[in-house]
Design a protein around this ligand. Structure first.
Ligand SMILES: [Zn+2]
Ligand SMILES: [Zn+2]
Length: 399
C-alpha cells in the first residue's frame, strides 16, 4: 500500500478549509479573481512556482521531479468556476453570494489539486519529469480551456510541451470511496442553439390576423423531437433540449417573435456536424409552413470527450495501489454531460483522461446530483481525489 493515502489524510483539514472558503465565495467564469488569489497564496505557502493571469484568471504551477523517470511532462487540471444558482444547502459553509453556488463541485477540484500538488512537491524524488498543475476558469461557459491553450498554458499550441493530461470530476452519482474509470468516450459534445421565430403580432382573440410565433415554437419543439427519432439510429445517443423559451409580454397579446435556447448533445462528431445542417433546415421549414421565418445560430461549444486507455491505466493502477480494488469502478456507459477538459487533447493529439470521483454519502444525506441547488459533497472524497491524482501522475512519469 502506498503512503500517499496517509499523506492525503494529513492534508484533509487543509483541503476542507480551501474548499469551504471557495464554497462560501463562489465566482462565475472569468471572474475567479479571489479564487485565483487563494490558489496563488497556497502555492506560495507550499513553495511551487507558477504563472498566473493566463486567460484572465488561469494559473499553471510547475513541479520538477528530481528522481529517476522518463522525463516526460504531464498536466493535471482543475476548473475553478461556480454556477449562477441559489444554494439551498443548510450548512455553515453555505454560499455567501446570492444567486451563485459551487453546484458542480469545482471548489472540490481546486482543493484536491492543491492537495495533490503538496503531496507531489513533497515527493519530488519519486519521479523524473515535470508535473503541471493547471487551474482553469469558466468550464461552465463559455469555456476556459481553449483560451488557456491559446495563451500558451500547455506550450505552443502547434507543438505543445505536455505529453499527457489528467483530471477528476466529483459526482453525486457515486458514493465516496469510489472512483469510476472509462476508456474511450466519456462525455458528449455540446452546442448551443439560439432559434428566433419571427411572426406577426396582434390581439390574442384574433389569431387569424397574426402569425403566432409562440404557437410555431411549440410546433418546432414537438416535431423536432419526433423527427429526430426517425432521422437518427435508435442506438445512437443524442439529446436536443430547449432549456429556455422567451416570447411575449402579456396574456392577451400575440408577440412578434419567440426565442428558444437549446442544447444539442451527441457522442459522435460526424452526427454532430450533420445535425448542425439538418436541425436548422427542419426548423426553417416548419416556420415557413406556418408563414413565419426562423433564424438559427449555433455556438459550437465542446467536442466529444474521449479518454485515453494508456492514461487510464495509470489512474487504475493508482486507485488499486492506494485504496484497493474495491475503490475502482469500471464504467461501460458515457454521459451526455460535456467537459472542456478534453480540449487539452488538441483533438486527440495528446492522450488525456478524466475519472469520476464519488462524492455522495446517503448516511450523511448527501445525495443531490451536480447542478442541483442542494448539491454537496462528502469531504472525505478529497483524500481519494488528491492521492489518486498524485499517484497517477507519478505512475505516468515512471512508466
Ligand atoms: Zn457542471
Ligand atoms: Zn463541472
Amino acid at each position: 500500500m502506498s503512503t500517499l493515502k496517509e499523506e492525503a489524510e494529513g492534508l484533509l483539514n487543509k483541503m476542507i478549509e480551501i474548499r469551504r472558503t471557495l464554497h462560501m465565495n463562489p465566482e462565475l467564469g472569468f471572474e475567479e479573481f479571489e479564487t485565483a488569489n487563494l490558489i496563488k497564496s497556497k502555492l506560495d505557502e507550499i513553495g511551487i512556482p507558477y504563472k498566473s493571469e493566463i486567460a484572465k484568471t488561469g494559473i499553471v504551477a510547475t513541479i520538477q521531479g528530481t528522481g529517476n523517470g522518463n522525463g516526460k511532462r504531464i498536466m493535471i487540471r482543475a476548473d475553478m468556476d461556480a454556477l449562477p444558482l441559489q444554494e439551498d444547502v443548510d450548512k455553515p459553509y453555505k454560499s455567501q453570494v446570492p444567486g451563485k453556488m459551487h453546484a458542480c463541485g469545482h471548489d472540490t477540484h481546486v482543493a484536491c489539486l492543491l492537495g495533490a500538488g503538496e503531496i507531489l512537491n513533497n515527493n519530488k524524488d519519486k519521479f523524473g519529469g515535470t508535473i503541471d498543475l493547471l487551474f482553469q476558469p469558466a468550464e461552465e461557459g463559455p469555456g476556459g480551456a481553449v483560451p488557456m491553450i491559446k495563451e500558451g498554458a500547455i506550450g505552443d499550441p502547434e507543438n505543445p510541451h505536455i505529453d499527457a493530461a489528467l483530471a477528476l470530476h466529483i459526482t453525486g452519482n457515486y458514493p465516496v470511496k469510489l472512483m469510476a474509470v472509462k476508456d474511450g468516450p466519456l462525455t458528449g459534445s455540446s452546442d448551443e442553439f439560439t432559434i428566433i421565430i419571427h411572426g406577426k403580432g396582434g390581439h390574442a382573440s384574433a389569431p387569424h390576423t397574426t402569425i403566432d410565433p409562440v404557437f410555431v415554437a411549440t410546433q418546432i419543439y414537438q416535431n423536432l423531437q419526433s423527427f429526430l427519432t426517425r432521422y437518427i439510429s435508435p442506438i445512437e445517443p443524442r439529446v436536443f433540449t430547449v432549456g429556455k423559451i422567451e416570447g411575449g409580454t402579456r396574456f392577451n397579446i400575440i408577440p412578434t417573435k419567440c426565442t428558444m435556447y437549446a442544447t444539442l448533445r451527441t457522442l459522435n462528431e460526424k452526427l454532430r456536424e450533420e445535425l448542425h445542417e439538418v436541425i436548422p433546415n427542419f426548423i426553417k421549414k416548419i416556420a415557413e409552413a406556418n408563414g413565419a421565418t426562423a433564424d438559427v445560430s449555433i455556438f459550437k461549444k465542446y467536442a466529444v470527450g474521449v479518454n485515453s486507455k494508456d492514461v487510464n491505466e495509470h489512474i487504475r493502477a493508482a486507485i488499486k495501489s492506494t485504496f484497493g480494488e474495491e475503490s475502482l469502478e469500471e464504467l461501460d456507459t458515457p454521459i451526455l454531460g460535456a467537459e472542456d477538459f478534453f480540449e487539452f487533447s488538441l483533438k486527440g493529439k495528446i492522450p488525456v483522461a478524466m475519472f469520476w470521483l464519488g462524492g455522495a454519502n446517503e448516511k450523511k444525506g448527501i445525495i443531490a446530483p451536480n447542478h442541483s441547488n442542494f448539491f454537496d459533497v462528502d469531504e472525505d472524497a478529497f483524500v481519494y481525489g488528491a492521492a489518486t491524482l498524485a499517484q497517477a501522475a507519478i505512475n505516468y512519469l515512471n512508466s
